[in-house]
Design a binder for this molecule. Structure first.
Ligand SMILES: *[C@@H]1O[C@H](CO)[C@@H](O)[C@H](O)[C@H]1NC(C)=O
Length: 432
């Protein structure tokens, strides 16, 4: 990625030098003065060059990207869509007041589908400025035939593709391996159509577990050929489209992009086999919020062994669940609906506290003590037992006090005897 950025930065720097004004931070694609090639003294230069389509039925003219031909400072090319029958040219020459663009036809140039037309532009001195030399520029404008089914560009966010797609191999190469980063929950396919009239549709196959470990590639495998694709002066003609699907960690799936040609006569597909590495065994669940692998999922989530990720408990008010629907602890302010059977699958539901039964007090004690403890099961049982013991003791006490002191004494005596005999029994059994 880092190298990719450097390469992109270098490319734009080169473009700045050859086609831009050299202003620091200036964008080579800004519409003003976009084609100054060199400022050799004593010559007229083109300062900018814009192509537009002829106005369509709605009276709108669309911009057409102009690209400088690599290594040819005075040559440009542009590509019209299948349903762009013609174009107009606008250009200005510098130095202003001394040079003008000659032979500028104000009428549109028409191009047949699948053919091309070269337009020449002359940056020439005004009659009074005979110390300046003219320069001739040419623009080769070709029009797509309408049968093209290749894309102009293709990439997947947070992934490297093998082979790396480029404008030159997207026609012939239809199958790509996509290695998605573990952090990416989405397969985000970004592409530019070659022709805006193309129709692109995505279909994704079922997920399957990655069988062989994904090959860890060095960066050289991922980026390579884009150096040959010179960016246009003004990226206005082809916008970037995005199609998305999902992929769980440790899974792979086939994603197909079908491209229908602008004239509707042909459909061809790109086959992307996307795979995403699994989380390590000791942190086997992927947490979609933090984009990290973990062994403990957050409140309201559970580790799903099926998808290998932290999945949300089905009950939105559940804090801890064993599987999607088996809630064992509710969020603050909520209580489990079923009495004393928190693990009964499919039956546990959290509802607002205070609407419940006589078990309310018990639940409150539990929740207060247990807030999101991992060992909640054990503690719930413990707390329930302690509470019940307390209730029993309380009942017994009330019972005794109402029956009188003499009888209660006898009871206490009996208890003591029982305890003694129990100890005796245990001692025996340990011995035996
Ligand atoms: C113009 O471009 C088209 C398509 O790239 C190419 O086939 C043709 O040879 C070019 N014409 C000239 C004169 O360079």
């Amino acid at each position: 990625m880092a190298r990719c950025k450097i390469a992109a930065a270098l490319t734009s720097a080169v473009l700045m030098l050859t086609a831009g004004q050299g202003e620091p931070g200036g964008d080579a694609s800004t519409p003003r003065d976009n084609v100054v090639v060199s400022r050799a003294l004593g010559k007229c230069h083109l300062a900018n060059l814009f192509l537009h389509t002829t106005a369509n039925a709605d009276g709108l003219a669309q911009p057409v990207d102009v690209r400088q031909v690599p290594g040819m400072p005075l040559m440009f090319d542009a590509t019209l869509d299948y349903n762009m029958p013609g174009f107009t040219v606008e250009a200005t020459a510098v130095p202003k007041g001394s040079c003008e663009v000659g032979r500028m036809s104000t009428s549109a140039y028409m191009v047949d589908p699948g053919s091309s037309l070269v337009v020449q532009l002359f940056a020439q001195p005004l009659v009074s400025q005979n110390d300046l030399a003219p320069q001739t520029y040419s623009v080769n404008v070709s029009r797509l035939s309408g049968t093209e089914t290749q894309l102009h560009s293709l990439k997947v966010g947070g992934a490297y593709l093998v082979p790396a797609p480029s404008a030159s191999n997207l026609q012939a190469t239809r199958t790509y391996r996509v290695n998605l980063n573990l952090e990416e929950d989405f397969v985000r396919i970004e592409f530019q159509k070659l022709d805006n009239g193309q129709v692109v549709a995505m279909s994704a196959g079922l997920e399957s577990v990655v069988t062989s470990p994904a090959r860890r590639l060095s960066f050289e495998d991922g980026i390579s050929s884009s150096a040959g694709d010179v960016p246009s002066i003004g990226e206005a003609q082809r916008e970037i489209s995005t199609l998305m699907t999902t992929l769980d960690a440790g899974f792979e799936r086939r994603v197909d992009l079908s491209v229908k040609s602008a004239d509707g006569s042909r459909v061809e597909k790109y086959f992307l086999s996307v795979r995403r590495p699994a989380c390590p065994q000791e942190q086997r669940f992927f947490d979609g919020d933090t984009k990290l692998c973990t062994d403990t999922c957050n409140e309201g989530f559970y580790g799903s062994t099926v998808t290998g990720r932290c999945a949300r408990c089905l009950d939105p008010n559940c804090a801890v669940c064993e599987a999607g629907d088996a809630c064992t602890l509710c969020l603050d302010g909520f209580e489990l609906q079923t009495g004393g059977r928190p693990l009964a699958s499919g039956t546990s539901k959290c509802r607002p506290r205070g609407t419940g039964s006589s078990m309310n007090a018990l639940r409150e004690v539990e929740d207060g003590v247990l807030s999101y403890e991992k060992k909640h099961k054990v503690l719930v049982t413990g707390a329930s037992a302690a509470f019940l013991v307390a209730i029993c003791a309380c009942c017994a006490f009330l019972h005794f006090t109402s029956d009188g002191i003499r009888r209660s004494k006898r009871y206490f005596g009996d208890d003591d005897e029982d305890e003694m005999s129990q100890f005796g029994y245990h001692a025996e059994s340990y011995r035996g």
